[in-house]
Write a protein that binds this ligand. Structure first.
Ligand code: CTP
Ligand code: MG
Length: 228
């Protein structure tokens, strides 16, 4: 299988709060992380997977994902998402992969179809991410919070995961970003920084990133009611 998968899952979920980091919380009885891994496993049956976790949750994560042992490894993440991904990317289990898929551990509603579309685009163009149009108008503020400019809404998009990249591009970009101490919140930004074009595919509205208590409430609704 020429697809390898990285799931950054080493965050502590400060904005959602609670005793258990959100990726381990039960959503209608099933941990969010398990939902994510099931979807990715359904998308790519034989792909090698690296799940980056906080050291204190490593045993727990390994137990949750025991059935995938063999093609899935749980590794120690870093203090930022970027560091977690960069560490995972250097794991030998991914060395043979041509295409790397990166998917947040807290986006349980991305579809198999979306994951396939992103990978196909990455095969063709080197780097691809799913995007959706924002519902609101987006402003750029100055340091005082005064509006500097209004971005043209027709060209503004919100970026999701799964994101997919040729492994060679992703590795080079992460190395360059680490050397320059360039910090970013997603992998597309790092690849852009390295000068590669990143194409977009149509994302999914229900592919929310569980970030705040409102998102958790919405996630429960999506699981129980569907919310299509
Ligand atoms: N992540 C990671 N390593 C970190 C920080 C984040 O692997 N050091 C992962 C999270 O576990 C999550 C994804 O990156 O799957 C997206 O991050 P985010 O939604 O910001 O999660 P948290 O950082 O856990 O939440 P918060 O920022 O509210 O603390
Ligand atoms: Mg975070």
């Amino acid at each position: 299988m020429d697809v390898g998968i990285i799931v950054p899952a080493a965050g502590s979920g400060q904005r959602l709060g609670g005793a258990v980091p959100k990726q381990y919380r039960l959503l209608a009885g099933t941990p969010v992380l398990v939902r994510v891994i099931r979807m990715l496993r359904a998308a790519f049956e034989d792909a090698a997977m690296v799940v980056a976790v906080d050291r204190s949750w490593q045993d727990h994560a390994e137990q949750l994902l025991a059935e995938y042992k063999g093609s899935l490894v749980v590794t120690e993440g870093g203090s930022t998402r970027q560091e977690s991904v960069f560490r995972a990317l250097q794991h030998p289990i991914l060395a043979e992969a041509e295409i790397i898929v990166i998917h947040d551990a807290v986006r349980p509603f991305a579809s198999v179809g979306l994951t396939h579309r992103v990978v196909e685009a990455a095969r063709q163009y080197g780097a691809a991410v799913p995007v959706i149009p924002p519902a609101d108008t987006v402003k750029l503020l100055d340091a005082n919070g005064t509006i500097e400019t209004t971005l043209p809404r027709g060209r503004v998009r919100l970026v999701q995961t799964p994101q997919a990249f040729r492994r060679s591009i992703l590795l080079e970009a992460h190395q360059e970003a680490a050397e320059d101490r360039f910090e970013a919140t997603d992998d597309a930004s790092i690849v852009e920084y390295a000068g590669y074009p990143v194409v977009t595919v149509e994302g999914e509205m229900r592919n929310i990133k569980i970030t705040t208590p409102l998102d958790w409430c919405l996630a429960e609704q999506i699981v129980q009611v569907g919310c299509t």
